[in-house]
Design a protein around this ligand. Structure first.
Ligand SMILES: C[S@@+](CC[C@H](N)C(=O)[O-])C[C@H]1O[C@@H](n2cnc3c(N)ncnc32)[C@H](O)[C@@H]1O
Length: 413
């Protein structure tokens, strides 16, 4: 089973050392011949984490330690979802991994768990309650399913949690380099099919040619909803714009393409300012000033200084968990509550930087109202000079739309 040991090692870093899935994968698999298997196994286990955890809870009398849980998850995933591996090979390889990680005393235990899963027809008794059942069926943590059902109702929750994986990428043309029609002609010449999105970007398969165009700055990977958030600012030439939480700079760079605006792009992390500069350089964009600044702290120099403000706040990222499944490993209601305090502090502070008659867009890539409507709703309630022009929650639809929230706020003149 080529790649199993590497995948287990990567998973162990993610589960035990809190490494990020995509970063760890990129570090380890570049050019490897078994790249496809390792990627499938790592992403597969992360995507099915809640389901696999449930299987383990039903197949064992005592919760296993983290090292053996990682091996069991990899083994159970292969047995359930990777038909190309014979069952005996999966069991042998997983048992052998105990030896490799210095836990030979666990060989019998791991062997027993996997064999009883096989003997049981590769299933276990499913939860009787509908939240628990939906949680296992969609592999989304039960605390989150519960919160979603409270917010959206059961049917809608089931619908958006059950959408299949969408494998295409959304790209945006760089109109500074060539026109959208030129990009389309070039894609036609390379036999690359595309579907135009409601934001004006294109859904494409991420072929080598697309990667090349991205590296050359002729296109950039940017989600449809990210583009919509910038469009919601309705930028006009000559305006001053603040991007309060800007790194890596995707929205600032797009804003400069939409209009000749003067942009101050802030971030709290110095090293992330370099990402903004690198993004702007790749996309041949000028007019963006990257500034180190905590958006939750008052900066007198910014007071009433901007016509437009983008508040793309740090969030739990639950709306993009389909693409980054390790987001579920890190999320909890407590973290959502902590984030919501930061989000409110950022919005309240940054609102002071808007000129009267200006516009502020608040956005997140998450789907819980605690980080979305509750923030802007509380803000306008406590600040009567402000009103919400419109707001919209986007839910994953399996056709390229991520979970995302956009609220347009204005201060009365
Ligand atoms: C959702 S990301 C922004 C993505 C960016 N707008 C884009 O489209 O490329 C949130 C960013 O906020 C930054 N951040 C977190 N807390 C902040 C704070 N208090 N002030 C300013 N930036 C902050 C993070 O470092 C992160 O880069």
């Amino acid at each position: 089973m080529n790649g199993f040991a590497i995948a287990c090692d990567i998973l162990s870093k993610i589960y035990k050392e809190d490494a990020f899935g995509s970063i760890e994968l990129n570090k380890r698999i570049g050019g490897a011949s078994n790249q496809a298997v390792v990627t499938r196994l790592v992403y597969g286990v992360l995507q099915k984490d809640t389901e696999l955890d449930y299987y383990i809870s039903k197949l064992t009398s005592k919760r296993p330690g983290r090292s053996e849980a990682v091996l069991l998850k990899a083994g159970l995933y292969c047995l359930k979802y990777m038909d190309s591996f014979p069952d005996y090979a999966v069991v042998d390889e997983t048992v052998e991994m105990c030896e490799k990680i210095g836990k030979r005393q666990l060989k019998g235990f791991v062997n027993g768990v996997l064999k009883s899963f096989i003997a049981n027809g590769k299933t276990v008794e499913l939860p009787k309650d509908r939240i628990g059942l939906l949680s296992v069926e969609t592999s989304v943590p039960s605390w989150l399913v519960k919160a979603y059902v409270k917010q959206y109702g059961y049917d809608k929750t089931k619908e958006f949690l059950s959408v299949g994986e969408f494998t295409k990428e959304h790209i945006r043309n760089n109109s500074r380099v060539w026109t959208l029609n030129q990009l389309k002609s070039s894609l036609d010449e390379h036999n690359i099919q595309y579907i135009e999105s409601e934001a004006g970007g294109l859904f494409v398969d991420n072929t080598g040619y697309i990667k090349e165009l991205n590296a050359q700055g002729k296109v950039t990977y940017q989600s449809m909803t990210s583009m919509l958030a910038v469009q919601a600012l309705e930028l006009k030439d000559g305006e001053k714009m603040l991007d309060a939480c800007a790194a890596p700079g995707g929205k600032s760079v797009y804003a400069r393409e939409l209009a000749d605006v003067d942009i101050t792009a802030c971030d709290i992390h110095e090293h992330r300012l370099d990402l903004i500069r690198a993004y702007a350089a790749r996309m041949k964009t000028d007019g963006i000033k990257a500034v180190l600044c905590d958006a939750a702290e008052y900066n007198e120099g910014f007071d009433s200084g901007f016509d437009k403000i983008l508040c793309d706040v740090p969030c739990s990222g639950l709306g993009v968990a389909n693409k980054k499944p390790d987001i579920y490993l890190r999320a909890s209601m407590q973290k959502v509550e902590e984030l919501s305090k930061i989000q409110y502090a950022i919005l309240s502070n940054v609102s002071r930087y808007l000129k009267s008659g200006g516009r502020l867009v608040y956005s997140t890539c998450t789907t819980l109202r605690e980080e979305n409507y509750n923030i802007v709703g509380r803000f306008v309630k406590e600040n009567p000079a402000w009103h919400i022009v419109r707001h919209k929650i986007y839910l994953p639809d399996g056709k390229g739309c991520d979970g995302f929230f956009i609220a347009v706020l204005e201060k009365n003149g």
